[in-house]
Design a protein around this ligand. Structure first.
Ligand code: SF4
Length: 292
């Protein structure tokens, strides 16, 4: 059965009223909530930006790159400028600073244990700082770690080290009572000669080692160590057999034990040199038989 036309018209009018009311309500609601929505929309980029800037700031502080923060502050659409970190923001590795900062032998070791002041820091297996008593009265200085020393992280541990121990015993010193180090703390690849830039980088570490240990007598082993410490170019045969001065400390130069293994004829002059060393020690410390 069809509905009455008057009823239909009344129903349509009622629906239209309801629709108009609903539209009005929606309009009011939009008007009321728009500022809050706008505020939210404006706030969001700032919050997101802040979250992004913080990690970038850390990167700047760690000295890697400032590109992220520059992108956020640069003109819109402009390509990010590549920029080196400012010197103030760059992180300085412990080994980049002056060795004089260290006030103990252990502290000096820790500052340079990961040293890369020269290229040898990238090829060594172990940093070979030195071995012995921190208050040793006698200090021996060689050239640089060899293969065995690089593997074990200790100077003079191979065949040359065994011979050095015998030489020490012959003049009544125990290895534990003296201090043994090298000019270079890292092995030159293939045992090649140290390069001038490597010596310049590493020698300040040795100098500080000597300042902290304060030995009463020094002994260089081999021509290279003698020349470096004395700042001369003479051969070992001209430098051995007498007492030199290294910053107020008497220094005796003799052959490197590895050279003695190759040339037994040098054992005799070496014996004379270490006896001279022992006499220098006795003159300053007093008496034979003691070692430190
Ligand atoms: S040789 Fe000396 S200066 Fe070079 S990396 Fe080793 S410790 Fe540093």
């Amino acid at each position: 059965m069809n509905a009455h036309p008057r009823n239909e018209l009344a129903d349509i009018a009622r629906r239209l009223r309801i629709a108009v009311e609903i539209q009005g309500i929606l309009r009011e609601e939009r008007t009321r909530s728009a500022p809050a929505a706008l505020r939210r929309l404006r706030a969001e980029p700032a919050d997101v930006g802040a979250a992004r800037v913080r990690p970038a700031a850390r990167i700047v502080e760690s000295g890697r790159t400032a590109a992220s923060s520059e992108r956020s502050s640069g003109p819109a659409g402009a390509p990010a400028a590549a920029s080196a970190p400012s010197p103030a923001a760059r992180v300085v590795a412990p080994w980049e600073g002056d060795p004089a900062r260290a006030d103990s032998l252990g502290g000096l070791h820790d500052l340079y244990a990961a040293c890369e002041r020269c290229a040898l820091g990238k090829t060594r297996k172990n940093f070979v700082f030195g071995v012995g008593a921190a208050d040793a009265r006698v200090m021996f200085v060689g050239e640089a770690p060899g293969r065995d020393e690089d593997l074990q992280g200790e100077p003079f541990v191979g065949a040359a080290g065994q011979l050095l121990n015998k030489i020490l015993a012959a003049i009544e010193f125990a290895r534990e009572d003296v201090y043994i180090a090298n000019i270079l703390k890292c092995r030159p690849p293939g045992n090649r000669d140290p390069r001038p830039e490597e010596i310049a980088s590493c020698e300040p570490i040795l100098r500080r080692q000597i300042e902290l240990i304060r030995p009463v007598v020094l002994c260089t082993l081999g021509a290279f160590a003698a020349r470096t410490m004395l700042g001369v170019t003479s051969g070992i045969s001209r430098l051995r057999g007498r007492v030199h001065d290294y910053r107020g400390i008497p220094l005796v130069a003799t052959y490197h034990p590895a050279a003695l293994l190759r040339n037994p004829a040098w054992k005799r002059p070496t014996w004379e040199d270490v006896q001279l060393l022992r006499r220098e020690y006795d003159a300053r410390v007093g008496g034979a038989g003691g070692s430190s």
